[in-house]
Design a protein around this ligand. Sequence first.
Ligand code: SR1
Ligand code: MG
Length: 393
Amino acid sequence: MSYELLTVETVPGYVAARPALAPFGAVTRVREVGDGNLNLVFVAEAEGGGLVLKQALPYVRVDPTWPITPERNGIEGRALRLHNVVAPGLVPELYDADAERHVIVIEDLSDHRVWRGALNEGLRHDGVAEDLGRYVAKVAFGTSVFGLGAKGHKAALAAAANPELCEITEDLVFTEPYISHEHNRILPANEADVAAYAGDPDVRAVVGAAKLAFMTHTEALIHGDLHTGSVLVRDEPHSAKAFDVEFAFYGPVGFDVGALWGNYVLAAARALVLGEDAYAAWVLAQAAETWQGFAEEFAALWRGRADPRIIDLDRYIAKVYADAVPFAAAKAARRVIGFSSVSDIETLPEELRVRAIRAVLAAARLLLTGDPPQGEPKPLFDRVGQVLAEAGR
Ligand code: SR1
Ligand code: MG
């Protein structure tokens, strides 16, 4: 390895040697908190406040034989800096970026918690889903041709390539769940469900088109991995922050909306098989909240767009919506078939897990191939709720 990995013991010296971190003074306590797939994460308490250090591992944490470029850390730093400009308050602040050791240092948000865990516990953080829609809109506008103009957009696009992490998504979200692959882990009782879903030619055709859109629609510097585990929430005072932007790239805005929707489907499936019907309904209602936050914020920003000629707001919003529906399906389905499952499903007893997975795949199939109500998420996600309940019985 060509760079030194941080440890709890070396973090204080590392912080002391970074000029950008001088205002924080000496580090008094360090905890390692990373439990994701890709990075080391430390929380450091310093005299001047808290810090979070995120260092890229050059391989996947659970599979060290799978190399991944540590350069993603610099890509994340640059994306986070830009997201702070266009969506301040909705992402962690960036304090430092070290291209040699592949470390970024960001705001300590230890008074927040990861939204997925809160959803698993049946907690309602009202307003978070709408905040995330506003975050997606601010990024969609501020980093796109609408906010930057044609030349600014092309320059920003050229500076933000993230091919290796895009390839992970192309493989893990859009390909591996639809083929026989060693990454797929399927319970025997779900084999028929997966075969019916992944073998359906209509499902495969729509997922294939979604993959192509993911690979070619260079609209904005999207988050790229906006699942509920990439969101921090706090009740009092209310706060929601999207974090972990290492998958950021110039892609379709509907991918971020769809990622949130797909993860609401997973959380709702969990709630339904646990018999928490009212909570499942609340979770699915967050899809409309996110959409409203997105559409209202984007429309408000639209008035200040760089080139006011020709392009129609309603058509663009409709395109984002139409993209988001199949992306939601693909993002939900990958979590119950392929690599990188989620605690919403994994922490259920096996009998309930089987039912939740069956329900998620039925909902994904509806989103991909059904004739769901168009244009507004409420009737669509009401229908998703019915399908989840029927299939998960
Ligand atoms: C090898 S990385 C696996 C997954 O973790 C991230 O959260 C992304 O969703 C990625 O697909
Ligand atoms: Mg992540």
